[in-house]
Design a protein around this ligand. Structure first.
Ligand SMILES: Nc1ncnc2c1ncn2[C@@H]1O[C@H](COP(=O)(O)OP(=O)(O)OP(=O)(O)O)[C@@H](O)[C@H]1O
Ligand SMILES: [Mg+2]
Length: 470
């Protein structure tokens, strides 16, 4: 008896504090448990609901639309049912509900509903989809057409790089799926766009979605769209597959997509139609998939980051873009290209970089690849006034140090650092490294924290400490 009392006490505490809302009714439809989280979701007070019949509190519901009553009648579990509705305070709420019967001696004696509030996620999803819609709608308001990349923008003569280009050009003639592998900043998006704009799909949309940037449920509704639920206020919305119809969908960082969503993607690719989340209608689609990964594809498969079946389905044409450090012959070409580019953009008259700097560039490991090189040239050209040659002094000091640290020429130098205050010295090194990674990643905190092996919070703390919020 005493044990039961403790258990009941523990259950009450758990129910009071968990984030999911819980609503339990007895066999007559009367509420016997109603938690504060559920009250928050539905815009009610706990005491308003306790002991009352469901329809007394929610007069707009009936036997058909109430999941709790349905479960009471059928005795069947309703798993992860998504719904959107206006709560009693008029606020639009989206939840994922699981409703299950309580059975004793083969009789249904009640029903439990557990609701997870995904309103925030859902609102975000809507916003993203609306923004995208605006981007790809026909240009009626003389909006500037977004610049896109073509093969003319891809610079490189290295043998293995030319092979990647040859594969990409072949991909323009078909609609087969493409898997692009390359380290960060090697030009995966550049390749994907070039393929699209040189294929017969060029007049249809090219839509890019990063699979690492969003949580699973949000990504799913963005890709496949959502369907009107049985409640008022629910949404009927196209996903990216429908928006990209006839065109190309670029799925970046596919190795970060959850395995269950990868399974759904595979089904879509095999069957040629999609079903909106919560919907039943099969909508035929004709979309070319270009996927990208910054992890060696076979390793990603081995580590279960990419499903094997999906890998075979999307790797019909596999393109590997080599790292910049593996094609040093392209470094000079790219330097010239970016100098010309920024001469025009910044109205400068730069001709070249100094021999000393070229030497450092050729010996540097370029972990951020072409993007990093581009950023270095851009920041140096901003420092140049009337000069025609970019020299060491035009580069920010942390870049210089970074290059020297990584350069094979300078290994001896590092053994002879004289330090008066080790703590301060280490902090200055830490600051410089974080700064260079932030610049390399265009201030993308998620990516920088991942690369540095820090939590986002820890990185943000350090950025504040070193005043790196630019
Ligand atoms: N071969 C190249 N020629 C000219 N510019 C290039 C080349 N490769 C990359 N770039 C430039 O480098 C930058 C990064 O390219 P892109 O965004 O395509 O890289 P990515 O592989 O998608 O990187 P991430 O994995 O970080 O998303 C872009 O500004 C792009 O124009
Ligand atoms: Mg990219």
């Amino acid at each position: 008896m005493e044990n039961e009392g403790i258990l009941k006490y523990i259950m009450q505490k758990i129910l009071h504090y968990i984030e999911e809302g819980v609503h339990v009714i007895d066999r007559n439809g009367k509420t016997i448990i109603y938690t504060p989280a559920m009250a928050e979701i539905e815009g009610l007070e706990v005491k308003q609901v306790m002991g009352k019949h469901l329809f007394e509190i929610f007069p707009s519901l009936d036997n058909e639309t109430s999941t709790l009553i349905k479960v009471l009648e059928t005795g069947e579990l309703i798993n992860e049912y998504k719904q959107s509705y206006l709560n009693l305070k008029g606020k639009k709420i989206s939840t994922i509900n699981t409703t299950l019967p309580i059975v004793e001696d083969d009789k249904i004696i009640g029903a439990i509903e557990i609701a997870k509030n995904i309103t925030e996620v859902s609102n975000l999803s809507e916003k993203i989809i609306k923004l995208r819609q605006r981007l790809i709608e026909p240009d009626t308001s003389k909006r500037k057409i977004k610049k896109h990349y073509t093969f003319d923008n891809i610079i490189g003569m290295n043998k293995s790089f030319l092979k990647a280009i040859a594969f990409a050009k072949r991909a323009c003639k078909t609609s087969s799926s493409v898997l692009i592998y390359g380290e960060t900043g090697t030009g995966k998006e550049l390749f994907a766009q070039s393929i699209h704009y040189e294929s017969h799909r060029k007049d249809k949309p090219f839509i890019a979605q990063n699979c690492a940037a969003l949580p699973e449920t949000l990504l799913e509704s963005i890709l496949f769209g959502t369907s009107k639920g049985s409640f008022t206020g629910a949404l009927e919305r196209q996903g990216l597959f429908e928006q990209a119809n006839g065109g190309t969908l670029f799925l970046d960082e596919i190795n970060s997509m959850s395995l269950s969503l990868q399974a759904k993607l595979l089904r879509v690719l095999q069957e040629g139609y999609i079903r909106r989340v919560g919907g039943l209608r099969e909508i035929p689609i004709d979309v070319r998939i270009i996927a990208a990964t910054n992890e060696v594809p076979l390793e990603a498969v081995k580590k279960n980051h990419i499903r094997k079946d999906l890998y075979y389905r999307i790797n019909v044409i596999g393109i590997e873009i080599p790292q910049l450090r593996k094609r040093k012959d392209d470094i000079t070409l790219l330097i010239d290209y970016f100098i010309r580019h920024y001469n025009e953009k910044l109205s400068k008259d730069v001709w070249m970089i100094s021999e000393e700097l070229l030497d450092a560039f050729l010996n540097y490991s370029w972990p951020g690849n072409v993007r990093e090189l581009q950023n270095f040239i851009e920041s140096a050209m901003n420092m140049v006034l009337e000069e025609h040659v970019i020299k060491r002094e035009h580069l920010p000091s942390y870049v210089e140090e970074l290059m020297l640290q990584n350069s094979s020429l300078n290994t001896e130098k590092r053994e002879f650092v004289h330090v008066n205050n080790l703590g301060e010295y280490l902090e200055s090194v830490e600051r410089d490294i974080i700064k260079s990674y932030l610049i390399r990643n265009n201030n993308n905190i998620t990516r920088t924290s991942k690369e540095l092996g820090l939590s986002r919070q820890n990185l943000q703390y350090k950025m504040k400490k070193y005043k790196l919020n630019f």
